[in-house]
Design a protein around this ligand. Structure first.
Ligand code: HEC
Ligand code: HEC
Ligand code: HEC
Length: 254
């Protein structure tokens, strides 16, 4: 009897060690595009996490606070039905290691000494590691190039149709100059994703274009879209007492 309880005690102790080891491990999961939208799981309040992560896909399944880490979206043409301050986004600059530096470290208007005279696709040997096949960029495949999107002299900025700089945090204004239809759909909540308050005038976080699309390989190979399919999650647990969800099949049918 005594022996058993000691064994049980040791077992319980080990279990405690294992679970505490798990609890201390840092959990990172992605919000939309793997490798470009990672968040670290933490408690907003004791027992209230900022996100719940899928153990299956590593994607975020639930947000404890949809506005965590967001900033006002900034001016977006014709986004008028939402009061200012109620349209928010997560700034991209926080996720980009290199771009915020591009304008100061290398391309400060001096280096490279000669700026390209046109936007014709060329190979860029110095950037091969970062962006393979710059000459045949998998976005437009030769029809658009770096300087259609990146500002010529301010390389930490994007560029609009007039050659004026745009913030990296508002990629929708860049994408919208060529994909105007998608930009309008996105603004109105038809394309992409929004989370937050349900009411049309309520506060919402818009996921920005580059949180989902990699601007450099939207047409990667045969996939043509740049999306990697995820395996679907398991269906949600049924409420207590319900054996199956067959009743849903007859819903609304008379
Ligand atoms: C369709 C528009 C578009 C084109 C064309 C384009 N870029 Fe970009 N690039 C972007 C956007 C938008 C971002 C910011 C991405 C984000 O928010 O995740 C970016 C990010 C970058 C970064 C920073 C990556 C980081 O992790 O910090 C570099 C470097 C870069 N681009 C270089 C290039 C080069 C070189 C070319 C040409 C071969 C090019 N880009 C073509 C839109 C474009
Ligand atoms: C300078 C114009 C230009 C800009 C800016 C631009 N694109 Fe594109 N995009 C194109 C062209 C051209 C294609 C190729 C369309 C085709 O082959 O039919 C394309 C293709 C795509 C595709 C592939 C699907 C399709 O329609 O074939 C996606 C997705 C896409 N772009 C998203 C974006 C996103 C997101 C941004 C902003 C980061 C962006 N684009 C900015 C011109 C642009
Ligand atoms: C929440 C993620 C998400 C956001 C945010 C998002 N998109 Fe998309 N986008 C998608 C998905 C998913 C598809 C469908 C891909 C497919 O058909 O394989 C798509 C398709 C597209 C296409 C190709 C559509 C076609 O008809 O072939 C374009 C162009 C595009 N998006 C541009 C944009 C632009 C511009 C923005 C920002 C204003 C944006 N997207 C924001 C997920 C997103």
């Amino acid at each position: 009897m005594k022996k058993l309880s000691i064994t049980a005690l040791i077992f319980a102790f080990c279990l405690g060690m294992v679970s505490s080891a798990f609890a201390e491990e840092e959990v990172t999961c992605f919000e939309s595009r793997k490798g470009a939208s990672e968040v670290v799981k933490r408690d907003l309040q004791p027992g209230w996490p900022n996100v719940k992560c899928s153990p299956k896909t590593g994607a975020v399944l639930w947000w404890g606070d949809p506005f965590d880490g967001t900033v006002p979206m900034g001016d977006t043409p014709l986004l008028t039905h939402v009061p200012p301050g109620n349209a928010v986004v997560k700034p991209r600059s926080a996720k980009l290691a290199i771009l915020p530096l591009c304008g100061t470290a290398c391309h400060n208007g001096v280096i490279p000494p000669t700026l390209p005279k046109d936007k014709k696709p060329k190979a860029i040997p110095t950037m091969e590691g970062l962006l393979p096949d710059a000459k045949n960029l998998q976005h437009g495949r030769g029809r658009i190039w770096c300087l259609d999107c990146h500002h010529t002299t301010q390389r930490n900025k994007l560029v609009d149709n007039f050659g004026d700089p745009l913030s990296i945090d508002q990629p929708q204004l860049l994408c919208g100059k060529c994909h105007g239809d998608k930009m309008r759909d996105w603004r109105d909540g038809i394309h992409g994703k929004r989370i937050g308050e349900w009411a049309s005038t309520g506060k919402k976080r818009w996921f920005t274009c580059t949180e989902c699309h990699n601007p450099h390989n939207v047409q990667d190979g045969a996939r043509n879209r740049g999306f990697i399919q995820l395996e679907p999650e398991l269906p949600p647990q049924l409420p207590k007492g319900m054996k199956d969800a067959k009743h849903e099949l007859v819903h609304g049918v008379h």
